[in-house]
Design a protein around this ligand. Sequence first.
Ligand code: PMP
Length: 382
Amino acid sequence: MEKVYLDSAATTQVRDEVIAKIQDCLVNCYGNPSSTHSFGRAAKTRVEQARKTIAKQLNAKPSEIIFTSGGTEADNMILRCAVRDLGIQKLITSKIEHHAVLHTAEEIAREYGLILQFVELDEEGSPRLDHLEALLKADDSKKLVSLMHVNNEIGNMIDIDAFAQVCKDHGAVFHSDTVQSVGHWEWDVQKTQIDFLTAAAHKFHGPKGVGFAYIRKDSGLRPFIFGGGQERGSRAGTESLHNIVGLEEAFTLAYEHLEEERKYVSELKSHFIKRLKEALPDVKFNGNSAVEGKSTYTLVNTCLPFSAEKAQLLLFQLDMKGIACSKGSACQSGSSAGSHVLREVLSEEDLQKPSLRFSFSMFNTKEELDYVVEVLKEYAHS
Ligand code: PMP
């Protein structure tokens, strides 16, 4: 087998249709969306069309969608602007957030002298709704809550409607980092009482370097980036038009094929879990990643029964065999410190073992997964 890509939670393969749209845009639509001539107007129409497509799917208004350079920028935009503009006195998040939220929240809390609180996790590693409620009830301070919908390392998914409702009931502003679920989950922002959500195209077979924030109308946020006033005054700078067009195409296809892809990828995941258990009976699965109905279908985080010496070489060995997956924190390249998420959810003993995250997409096949299991089995016995 030449190459097996099992790192779709880090980033996904771009669809051919998306590449075609991007190319067409670069070749044929090179006006600046702020110019008033025909080239500019054509470009502006494409940006607004993309905004409409996203808004319609989320049951939002086009004016509530702001394009960004990706998930990290969108998370920074929401946290920073909300604290600056909404009189926030306390920030509430969890220790298993992506660093785009965690480090941003820490930095903002320091800058503004705010209290930063963490929602406790349950035994499965998910934020506890009852503890959030207790934090919200504790006093009358104005609070911003930021909790991710689906965890990018261990797959745990929160009951987003319940969390949003508790925030609303207690007058708190609620943001969810939905970077792992937009494009893989049906969103309706009228049903889910969320104030802000954030997304990145490269997690659903779109291009890198583009994403968006949903900002509920009248939420009171002022601009994040100042300049020429693009993106409805929220984020100045010439829009990355070809990326926005690519995002729109990826987003449209993701929702057109949502059910069939969910079914296919769920089957891949179950197959992988079954085969891996047969090959390595002592394998464990981290967080909720292997629990049906409690995780999204896209990833599985395994704790492999290998010695420390073997663990050191494992990723390298897999790479030599053409297999791409990720270890520890997927988001701190070069770090040997391990994952901040796994440190929160694993026992000391399991932390010493190699944990690998395998994440799937519709481009994978069962044959590829069988090959990966064979390689792991060989490695275990070598
Ligand atoms: N949040 C989550 C949950 C993610 O998985 C990622 C990507 N690893 C990000 C935020 C950051 O997104 P981007 O890479 O587009 O900046």
